[in-house]
Write a protein that binds this ligand. Structure first.
Ligand code: MN
Length: 323
């Protein structure tokens, strides 16, 4: 338990760089925003810098416009930063270009809930039982005795909601619900938050889902179920890959499936991104790590360089060993 060390680091330093992973979602974003708010309330100076912009679905999150993108960064703002707070990232590299801003004279604080975390920080608080990094940020507020603003509550609730798939995934614990209950007491419109995060899909995305579903396939025993998003499908519909992350819920929902996979051809030819979900205790983090990726026991991902058919063959061969 390294929460006290995180708090010490926050107390010791004055100016903070806060960053999260590339292609951020509501956990990375909500965690960064709530942390920045906490640091401001302590009379200190935070700046959130990310490589990629938040998805449109996060537009409602309080403070969202304070996020600075690497490409728009005026390097002068980096002056005097003495601490880098990295959230929701299993490795420093997951911050993408933001990693280049972290210098040797900054103390690195790593706050995360990925079991594959490589403890890249000077201070590391990694709690694989946390359903979302937002739960850990909530813990910092509690330990400091700071009351959350409504904005903080919205941001942390959103973080938890996205990473638990609205309290449906196996990472949802009693603690998750207790935290959520406390957040909701701040007058949150939970239905609005749910709809914003889950039901604001662009038409193009649902169109792409239709095409992707037509590739649905499984092994003869039905334990491994997968589907594809090809470059052709993506370009034909005008949707973006990052909006398709939850498509994997469909193969995952198939009766009898133990491992679900979503293969995505990236813009770079020969580079396939693979998302995995495990059920009934199958550890997909282990599978992802074999291919240089990682994540959680029940949800992980990696990239593989191969032609599509070859990638599928190699990945399915590895997955078969685990089910
Ligand atoms: Mn997360």
């Amino acid at each position: 338990m390294s929460l006290p060390k995180v708090i010490n680091a926050i107390r010791r330093h004055k100016k903070f760089l806060i960053s999260g992973h590339v292609d951020p979602e509501a956990d990375a974003i909500g965690s960064q925003l709530a942390l920045a708010s906490l640091i401001k309330r302590l009379g200190k100076d935070p700046i959130i810098i990310d490589q990629d912009p938040p998805p449109v679905s996060c537009d409602f999150m309080p403070g969202i416009n304070s996020i600075v993108l690497c490409k728009n960064l005026n390097k002068k703002v980096l002056k005097d930063i003495d601490c880098a707070l990295i959230v929701d990232c299993p490795t420093l590299e997951r911050t993408g270009k933001a990693a280049e801003l972290v210098t040797r004279d900054m103390e690195i604080v790593n706050i995360d809930h990925h079991v594959s975390n490589d403890y890249f920080g000077d201070v590391n608080w990694v709690d694989g039982k946390g359903a979302a990094t937002g739960e850990l940020i909530f813990g910092i507020f509690k330990r400091l005795g700071l009351k959350l603003t409504k904005g903080d509550a919205i941001n942390i609730y959103s973080a938890i909601l996205i990473d638990t798939g609205s309290f449906r995934y196996s990472n949802t614990s009693a603690k998750t619900h207790i935290i959520a209950a406390e957040l909701i007491k701040n007058g949150l419109d939970t239905n609005f938050i749910y709809e914003s995060l889950f039901e604001m899909k662009a038409y193009e995305v649902t169109h792409l889902l239709g095409k992707s579903l037509s590739t649905l396939n499984r092994t003869p025993d039905g334990k491994i179920v997968w589907m594809w998003i090809t470059r052709e499908m993506k370009n034909g519909t005008g949707a973006e890959l990052k909006d398709a992350e939850n498509f994997i819920g469909f193969p995952r929902a198939v009766r009898g499936s133990k491992v679900a996979l979503l293969f995505k051809e990236s813009e770079e030819k020969g580079l396939i991104k693979v998302s995995l979900r495990g059920k009934d205790g199958v550890d997909v983090n282990k599978i992802a790590m074999k291919f240089g990726g990682g994540g959680h026991v029940a949800a992980a991902g990696f990239s593989i360089r191969a032609a599509s058919r070859e990638a599928e063959r190699r990945v399915l061969a590895e997955v078969s060993k685990h089910v």
